[in-house]
Design a protein around this ligand. Structure first.
Ligand code: HEM
Ligand code: HEM
Length: 243
């Protein structure tokens, strides 16, 4: 039994470290509470939803405090994991001419994954993920900036509050669309992505065959690293923290 488990582990590649998986979970749980509390306040407010937070005033207060918490978390990550954050941004904004072929091949892959594979790309993330990452980061920056302005209405002219609210709302819908697309793909509901949810949950490992289709260059390098030392550097870090 144990042998079979080990063999299965060996065909999986570590995609995201434990720290990244924890951060990801924290961000999406916090964002969900922010979305529900923000939605309860939207326009004239929704008393039924606001009641969950203890009424209109309490919902606004919870929203602001949790929002501040998310901003603090973002700043902490920037401060303590500056290189990892820089790498994430660099890998998300780097688009190459050949990525166009990936976009062209994508619909056939999603509809008939057993027949078609996506065109090869050279990124850590595929071009679609990179696009979604950019939208998510811009939306969070706009939400944080306008949310902070709106938290101190007495310091600014009413027009600043009105514009901040408009942008805050716009960024909310940008984030909702991007996250819905992301979850549709990353949850593995689509046949082409079955099992990919494991990249951010549980062990953080994905099947090597799936990884080769989705992120060919990364999978080759990760496979080589795993072959060389038995483990990748992020895996070594994860294991040493666990022991
Ligand atoms: C995932 C992140 C966030 C989402 C989805 C979100 C969503 C919303 C929504 C839908 C509204 C109602 C807008 C309206 O009434 O038209 C709102 C209001 C507001 N948000 Fe956010 N928000 C987020 C982050 C933040 C952050 C980081 C802050 C900063 C502390 C913040 C502070 C505020 C403030 C001050 C209001 C005004 C409403 C009030 O306090 O009564 N939000 N938000
Ligand atoms: C507010 C909600 C969420 C936000 C803002 C968010 C954001 C992100 C970001 C920025 C990444 C990095 C690369 C990428 O775009 O794939 C990522 C990765 C990932 N997310 Fe989410 N996520 C959210 C919710 C979820 C949920 C609910 C799932 C559940 C299935 C999920 C599954 C994944 C997986 C499997 C990856 C790894 C992809 C890879 O390694 O390339 N995410 N997420």
């Amino acid at each position: 039994m144990e042998g079979r488990g080990d063999a299965e582990e060996a065909t999986r590649l570590l995609r995201n470290s434990r720290a990244a998986r924890r951060l990801h979970a924290l961000v999406y749980l916090t964002s969900t509470v922010l979305f529900v509390s923000g939605f309860s306040l939207l326009r004239e407010g929704r008393p039924g939803l606001e009641a969950i937070f203890g009424g209109h005033v309490a919902a606004g207060r919870s929203h602001r405090w949790i929002g501040m918490g998310l901003i603090a978390l973002g700043l902490l990550v920037l401060l303590l994991r500056m290189r990892a954050a820089g790498r994430f941004v660099r890998e998300s904004v780097q688009f190459r001419r050949e990525d166009l072929r990936w976009f062209v091949s994508y619909p056939a892959f999603v509809l008939r994954p057993s027949r078609y594979a996506p065109a090869r790309h050279r990124g850590h993330f595929d071009p679609g993920q990179r696009l979604v990452n950019c939208v998510i980061v811009v939306a969070f920056v706009v939400l944080s900036f306008t949310g902070t302005l709106m938290s101190f209405p007495e310091r600014f002219r009413p027009a600043v509050f009105a514009w901040s609210l408009r942008l805050h709302e716009l960024a909310t819908w940008m984030l909702v669309v991007a996250v819905l697309g992301h979850v549709l793909v990353a949850s593995g509901i689509l046949r082409a992505y079955r099992g990919v949810w494991r990249a951010m949950h549980g062990s953080g490992r994905v099947d090597a065959l799936l990884a080769r289709r989705l992120w060919p260059q990364w999978a080759e390098e990760a496979g080589m690293r795993a072959g060389e030392g038995g483990q990748s550097s992020s895996e070594r870090r994860t294991r040493s923290k666990a022991s």
